[in-house]
Design a protein around this ligand. Sequence first.
Ligand code: TRP
Length: 524
Amino acid sequence: MGKAIRDVVIVGGGSAGWMTASYISKAFGSQLNITLIEADTIPKLGVGEATIPNLQKVFFDFLGIPEEEWMRRCNASFKCGIKFINWNKEPDTAGNNYFYHLFGQVPNVDNIPLTHYWLHRQREKNDIEPMQYACYSAAPLLDEKLSPYMLDGTQAMSHAWHFDAHLVADYLRELSVGWGVNHVVDEVEHVELKPDGNIAALTTHKGGRYEADLFIDCSGFRGLLINQALKEPFIDMSDQLLCDSAVAANIPHDDEHNGIEPYTSAIAMKHGWTWKIPMLGRFGSGYVFSSKFVSRDEATEEFIKLWDLDPNEIKLNQIKFRTGRNRRSWVKNCVSIGTSSCFLEPLESTGLYFIYAAIYQLVKHFPDKDFNPTLIARFNEEIEEMFDDCRDFIQTHYFTTSRDDTPFWRANKHDLQLSDSLKHKLETYKAGLVVNMPPTTDASSYYGNFEIEFRNFWTNSNYYNMFAGMGWLPDNPLPKLQYRPETIEEAKKMFSALKKETAELKNKLPSTYEYLKKLHRVGV
Ligand code: TRP
């Protein structure tokens, strides 16, 4: 056995830093000395973070923290999917211009996702029911802002969460420090390198010097260790996704009067899209746009108009971001996690996922002092694949939308660089085939079974939610189906079973507002 690593230093105290500190401490805490160095910054005004369902199983369950406990501490609300608004040029036949990207997998019939039977039915019968309403029981429940839990705690829908990421970071800091993580409030000024290019130590503003075997860079977009000190290039992907800026705010909301929406909204705009993340008493919102097509001032004006804001009363946050990833996220004795490693616009809520997926991979590939290059190479391959796969999926949104009203949308349609693997998926789909089969349709065994989920992150259901929602459909339904009328009959039964489930749940579920009021003991 090689000599074990003893000292780990983490730079940066945002969500990435504290998620890493707490997770590693839980995994290897008795064997490691972990130090986290963070600069003394003014607390940030959170504008809301949206997550995905495996956050509980992959991250919080590993730490041993029940959902209710951290939700209370972090003022979290529920999210059961994403509502895409105005992504279509024309409203649907019912006059609506929205569709949901729902959590969970659609059921299979004869090993083929129900979505394919839906398309078959649509073409045979001229049926116009949207895919999400035919193939999931949840869509009408989201319309009515119902809670994913019954009042007795029984879960009825797959869900994720909305919260301020800085509240989660505060909570994890408290836990980590309690578990023995050494918290240093100071600013890193200099990175000392060894002759072989490894990091030897960090020196700080207050005169501290921190040596370690392994350094974790959670310093954010500037990539203090990985990019600045180790000079690892960041692969810029601004020709593949055009947005590079955002203007964001926290907007007050009357929950009592309007209820709380159990979903994120992504509203298409002239030069990008706006997120809406409902929390208690307010929602976080931000317009993600491309500075190549619109000025900051003009975008800010469009955003202010959308919500009818008074710029004298609402604080606006201007954000600039880089899209892409490091060529390698782990170089020598330095691992980057969070935005120092990679960043993708938050259209599918992958931000925190990238963090805890990388931590999971780090623990899985954790080295000894020999730093076996194969461990490092495998880690880097995993991150690369995870990121590129998510980039492909985000690109499909821009590629399949029918909007063409501004140069921004036209450039998305015609000038985007698509990867070969994405082109392959689009062709597969157009031929009516299953794009990517889920390993299982049972949400509880899919979410959190991370070795399976990590490799099958975007399933056929995810792709169909987007494609069908955008009205971008295969040329023909899966040809195989016309030879198996008995499976068409089976599918019919499944469609009715889902309707029945919806009707039953409508009677049993409280509103999201009511459930959250109870959970957070509002007004008690
Ligand atoms: N496998 C992920 C999930 O179902 C995929 C995902 C990421 C997703 N972001 C999403 C699904 C947003 C629906 C909405 O959780």
